[in-house]
Ligand binder design. Structure first.
Ligand code: PEP
Ligand code: MN
Length: 358
């Protein structure tokens, strides 16, 4: 957990770093009442969107500037820190004028390097904490690029928010969690604190606790959750918002695991199991290497006979067979599919390489 970093950014952390509040600011009363409900517990800042990026025009596009004065009033009354989403330089200017405590950049904006650069330029000279949500598509380079633009503009308080990725393959969640991406971002940029936004991943309030717990198990540094006084009547994202009591109950039920334990029996059990894993991984790699030797041999024979690298029927049969075998071995269909696709892609690469060598 990066609690010390957040405190250094002027954002309080008690139990866990928590950003909470409505998807959108809707009225002054709603903002004030939400702030009062949140201030009773340990919230690091209250979120509320005032400029809403909507997929289709005509839906609620946010209350605009007046929302900032409502949030400012909520802050004076409750002492809560406040933050909102900015999508262009005029938003940045307005937020800096109101002295917001934190900003975030939404998924649609972090997708666009021109917008990111314009925002970074507008933020130059300020030291406000800014979180960057992952771009809509599962592209780690775009996400890192967006963060780098802020750092290059001289910002020193930059964090990341994982809000899932738009995917036609995802059935359960609104946005596919695709955990390997935030894990990769963390590996490349370990100094950037990373929080999870389970609301936009899930799209449904009943799934939020599951994703929030998974984020804790994966050592995320905190959560941003959409909280609304009356979710069914929310003007945006009605299905995914929690009421304040639901939110605090969910947070209270989270387990917060540590990265390490110094219990001697844990250490000895885990190291024995890790030895097993290391040995199996070596076997896996040796087997894959043997498989690639055969693949290259096949590539040579195919070239001799002017036969195509890709063999669609054979590939289809391999997939069906391996998925079936995998299922019998309690390996999920998705996992086996991804694994075999990866192996097949490398097999094609190797065969094509031997074609050009020949
Ligand atoms: C939001 O936080 O309300 C929002 C619009 O999120 P995202 O950019 O993740 O879609
Ligand atoms: Mn929302």
């Amino acid at each position: 957990m990066n609690d010390a970093i957040f405190k250094d950014w002027g954002l309080p952390v008690r139990h866990l770093f928590l950003a909470a509040g409505p998807c959108s600011a809707e009225s002054e009363t709603q903002v004030l009442e939400t702030a009062r409900a949140l201030a009773k517990h340990d919230v690091s800042f209250m979120r509320a969107g005032i400029w809403k990026p909507r997929t289709r025009p005509g839906s609620f596009e946010g209350v605009g500037l007046k929302g900032l004065s409502w949030m400012d009033r909520a802050r004076s009354e409750t002492g809560l820190k406040i933050g909102t989403e900015v999508a262009d330089p005029s938003h940045v200017e307005a937020c800096l004028e109101y002295g917001l405590d934190v900003l975030w950049i939404g998924a649609r904006t972090s997708t666009n390097p021109f917008s990111m650069q314009a925002i970074a330029d507008a933020l130059k000279g300020s030291d406000i904490p800014v979180f960057v949500k992952n771009p809509m598509s599962a592209d780690i380079g775009l996400w890192m690029g967006a963060i780098e633009r802020l750092i290059n503009a001289g910002l020193t308080k930059v964090g990341a928010i994982h809000r899932g990725f738009s995917s036609t393959l995802e059935m359960r969640y609104r946005n596919a969690p695709n955990w390997k991406l935030p894990i990769e971002l963390k590996r490349h940029m370990p100094e950037i604190p990373m929080i999870c936004d389970p609301s936009h991943i899930c799209g449904k309030s009943e799934l939020i606790s599951l994703i929030a717990q998974e984020a804790m198990d994966l050592l995320f540094d905190g959560l941003m959750v959409e909280v609304h006084l009356d979710p069914p009547r929310a003007l945006s994202d009605a299905e995914q918002q929690l009421t304040p009591p639901q939110f605090f109950e969910m947070i209270g039920n989270l387990d917060l695991p540590h990265e390490q334990s110094d219990s001697p029996s844990f250490i000895s059990q885990i190291s024995e199991l890790r030895e097993g894993i290391d040995e199996l991984d070596s076997h896996l790699l040796e087997l894959l290497s043997q498989r690639m030797n055969i693949v290259r041999e096949m590539g040579r024979i195919k070239v001799e006979q002017n036969v195509s690298t890709l063999q669609p029927n054979r590939w289809q049969k391999i997939l069906e067979d391996r998925v079936g075998k995998g299922e019998a071995l309690e390996l999920s269909r998705d996992f086996v599919l991804q694994l075999m696709q990866s192996v097949h892609e490398e097999a094609i690469r190797q065969q094509e390489a031997s074609r050009t060598e020949g």
